[in-house]
Each structure stands twice: as structure tokens, then as C-alpha cells.
Design a protein around this ligand. Structure first.
Ligand SMILES: [Zn+2]
Length: 179
């Protein structure tokens, strides 16, 4: 990536954060931020925590109407917020989701109570030379360091909801492409 590409991404990030701040008003919390993003992208966002390995700092996938984000449970609060904000950036900018095959493997892990760690040899590792990954890192660090976001908020773990929605969605996918 060239310097001008990075500058362009920085402007994009600043603009989106300004929109978020306008929507959330004076008090920026993770909950109000998520609600603002839902409003911006017209989708429902489901969040779940999971014990992830250091190599897997988060997973996000989106459908036409919903976004699913899994972020680490077993890290410090600041890192947890950073990881969540990184994945949220992919939702904000509607970056391409992971493919159906990967999702089937995620569903398998979720249904069998296996850690998503088993999936770490897939394509989850971050490639920071990729514009969408660079942007996600910039978005996350800007939120954590440059806004007054409440960093002590207790985050709700919607794992049950996520499993239920994911299961329904997978049935749709399986019915759809016969795999
Ligand atoms: Zn990423």
C-alpha cells in the first residue's frame, strides 16, 4: 500500500467515526456505538465472546440483514475492545465476508462446543498489507485511543443468540447451494 492509499483510508476512518459520534451523541459507549453502526448499515449486529488463541483475534461474517462478531474473552479489556472494534470496522465498511465452507466449519465447532481455535489454520490471520485489514486496525486504535469511549462497560455475551441465528442461516445456505 502506498502512502496516499493510507492517507485515503485514514480520511475514510475519521469520517465514519465522526458519523458514529454524531449518532451516539455525548456519551460514547460500546453499546451506543454498536447501535449507531446498526443504524448506519441497516443490519442487526450479534456479539459473542469466545476463548480464542492469540493467533485468532476475532471472527466476523455478515448476511444481508445481520452481522455476527466473535471476539476474544480471554484477553485484557483494552485488547478485547480493540479486537471487537477491528471486527466492527469490517461491518462498518461492509468488507467481504468469509465463505460458506468456512462458515460450515465454524458451525461445526459451535455445535460441538469446540473452540474456534480449531479453525486457526484457515484464513483468519490478519494481513495488514491488505487495505481492509489496515483500515480495521486504524479504526480500532482510533476508537480506543482518540475517543472517550467508556472502556469499563460490561459487555453482554450473545453466544446463544449467535448460535441460533447462525444455525438458521446455515440451513438456508445448505438448502441454497446443495453443498
Ligand atoms: Zn480483520
Amino acid at each position: 500500500m502506498e502512502k496516499k492509499d493510507k492517507e485515503h483510508i485514514n480520511i475514510e476512518v475519521q469520517q465514519k467515526i465522526a458519523v458514529i459520534q454524531a449518532l451516539t451523541g455525548r456519551r460514547l459507549t460500546i453499546t451506543s456505538l454498536i447501535a449507531a453502526v446498526e443504524q448506519m448499515i441497516h443490519k442487526t449486529i450479534h456479539l459473542a465472546q469466545s476463548d480464542l488463541s492469540p493467533k485468532l483475534t476475532g471472527v466476523r461474517w455478515g448476511t444481508d440483514t445481520e452481522e455476527f462478531i466473535v471476539y476474544p474473552a480471554n484477553v485484557t479489556k483494552i485488547h478485547q475492545i480493540h479486537c471487537l472494534m477491528h471486527e466492527l470496522s469490517h461491518s462498518v465498511f461492509q468488507d467481504p465476508s468469509i465463505d460458506a465452507k468456512t462458515l460450515i466449519r465454524i458451525l461445526h465447532c459451535v455445535q460441538n462446543g469446540e473452540d474456534l481455535l480449531a479453525l486457526e489454520n484457515l484464513t483468519f490471520r490478519h494481513h495488514y498489507d491488505k487495505p481492509s485489514e489496515y483500515r480495521a486496525e486504524l479504526f480500532a486504535s482510533t476508537i480506543v485511543l482518540e475517543t472517550h469511549i467508556d472502556k469499563h462497560e460490561q459487555l453482554e455475551d450473545q453466544r446463544g443468540m449467535l448460535e441460533e441465528r447462525l444455525h438458521k442461516w446455515m440451513i438456508t445456505i445448505r438448502g441454497g447451494n446443495n453443498e
